[in-house]
Ligand binder design. Sequence first.
Ligand code: ZN
Length: 877
Amino acid sequence: MKAACQTWMKARKPSWLPVLTVVAVLLGPLGQSAAGSVLPIREDRGAGGFGLALRKLPTLGSVLYITAHPDDENNALLVRLGRGEGYRTGLLSLTRGDGGQNEIGPELFEALGLLRSEELAAIHRFDGAEQYYSRAFEFGFSFSVEETLEKWGHEETLGDIVRVIRMFRPTVILTLYPTGGGGGQHHQASARLAAEAFAAAGDPARFPDQVEEGLRPWRPLRLFQSTGIGMGGRSDGGDLRIDLGVYDPLLGETYAEMGARARSRHRSQGMNVLPQPGPYSTAFVLADSTVESLDLREGFFDGIDVSLRALAALDPTLESSVALLEGYVDWARDAFDRSDFTASLRAVTTGLDFVRRMRAATSHREASFLLGTKERDFENAVEKGLFLYADALAGGIRDGMVVPGERFRVTVRFHSPAEVPVEIDSVRLEGSGWGITEEEQSSRTAVFSVTVPEDPEFSGPYWFREDPRVDRFSVEPGYAGVEPFRSPPLRAVVRYRVFGVEARIERPVQFRWYQAESGQETRMELKVVPKLSVRISPAVALVSVDDPLPRTFEVSVRNHNPGPIASEITLQVPEGWAVEPPNAAVALRYEDEVQTRRFRVAPPRGVMEGRVRVRAVATADGTRFESGVREIAYPHIEPRILPEPAEAWLEALRVRIPDDMRVGYVMGVGDEVGLATEQLGASVTYLDREALFFRDLSDFDAIVVGVRAYLVREDLIANNHRLLEYVERGGHLVVQYHKYEFLRERFAPYPLSIARPHDRVTMEDSPVTLLVPQHPVFNRPNSITDRDWEGWVQERGLYFLGEWDDRYVPLLELRDLWPYNDQPKRGGLVVATYGEGTYAYTGLAFFRQLPAGVPGAYRLWANLISLGRERRAAGAE
Ligand SMILES: [Zn+2]
């Protein structure tokens, strides 16, 4: 493109005209990668971006892909269908993956679901799919379709799928496979529900409330099932083989390569897929169809007319205009020239105008719906062809979080470096209840003064779990539960005109900053939070029933208000429990100042076993603040916040550990087992690189290796010999659950292995057999009884050992009662003597149980880490 001066049309009122500027100023430094950015990726910009947008124009075809979890989708396939072939693509993941493990941080349950939702959003910047969910909560791995459907709610989840089908109106549906014992049965459950929805969505008698809302029934034409999960599956066979190793000149790589790059954003699941050029294909099975099926050769749409001509079949009065519209599309695509878009743009804008007229002329609702999707595609092509740059940035604020009543600035920037004249008709900010005043306009910016409502909608997920016993989300009014996120609080809408045709562009108001780690600009949607964020720790404090000492809670208050704010903190505890001090004054002077106060909570005389809730409340100017802002931020996603109630538990139980226990903890991917160990009364030292290389380890009663530390700690791998020496000389090492990275070298003293797929026990109340009941782990200092296996959450454990050397002693036998997983498992807890010391591996999910305050898990954990001390004590006797 020429980098010379261009003339712009004369301004009309309101005069808000883009003028020439150096492209690099706005488009230059970004776009190397989408990491840490919510800006369009490189492939969506410039000539390539325009070319990809043009591919969308000639087809009415659409694909809805229905899966169970984030990462079940084949991203290369989505790239091919959406980017390569121009179809409209949607992904309906029935869950947000809440129940999985986390390879990059401490988020579990709802926080993990939010992180994974944001990872999918990052992925779709590459593969281009629209995202939907259902209200099903991912309660953890399941070996049973029946359990899954019962927990999710068969009718409710089916209704959500039907809703999405009626909204999206796909030509074709893709699902996972519905049978077989392999893998988690959520997958099979999702495929069965999708098959039911395929038939139900077209029947107005099914879910009639949706029809009353205005959703029209829709019967998709074909249903396909994959032969695998994610980018796996059979490469051949089935009814249809889809080639994904095809090189796309506009993308500059194959669909599989781009799919792999997209997929790597599933970082919480460790999906580090290195792109491979060359052949790659996947196979699908035709499962249901409402059209005559022939030999499928080319793809999912064989024999189905998804060209624009199909509009005339719906509404014969459109016949002649369809021919003209096809002419505009051909013209736009034939005129596509990488160095001069003018001719092509003229065709696209004419086509946009024409699509709108056709839509106004037809009274056929399906035709009108399809023309609406085409209108969006044409508008998008206009935007891409103009290299339009538009954004809305919050200024004069510190961290992207604003509070009720706060005033700040929003600058809307609009710029087109193309050689085609662009006129701005209007620039508006929209936000329900927000005070918005336009301050100034220049040729390519508009500045608004904005005031947050006193009673705003706060940021955070619109979905929440009302009752932890129900595995289905509740949603706030105005949401159906299928939307990916809450709508942005504040949006900029720019109406402009090109070749006399009107178009609009909408952007959420964002906050941006320079992220030092990645060396890149990063952005997030503006967040609205309460003035004070209140957090309490620890989440679970243990009180020994035998020795009921007071426990200390720390309450921290963070000021999100731009000015000073004085508050008083109180801790609310049940009757009989005493708090000291009764309250504490906190005067915060500036934004993001945090102050922490300690409170001691004393148990009542004769406290009984059980749990009580503790709530922290800050009061300022008569307003109560009872929750805190948890930030979920990683370089590969747009940061999100999760409001969390400022609540903790006091867990009164019978638990003991030896006096003055000293524990060294090698943190892995971020578990809270170290904190829980502190709660038991142990002194915990977190072993950093320096300590692993040089510290004398001999004074530790136990060293614990955190969840998946061998995956992320090179310093641990480097010094594994030091840990084994520590054991040899009489130490006690406990290694928590690891995946196959633990087998890379022989990190353990004797041979062991984990089966593929690994042994796991998903029933949190599964039967337990003690193989060596007299072993100290079950007897000292706490005597483990049947009660200790009650009240566990989600699962017993995972990644149990599959085989082990005879020198390891298996201590437990656990079994699921599910038919697909009913073989007894003995690798969940093994202990070996090595030299003078002891070595233990456990796949029991302490990382879930301890933060959840499960008493039996604490008692067993206390015994497990005390084993070295107990053995020494026994030896001295
Ligand atoms: Zn899955």
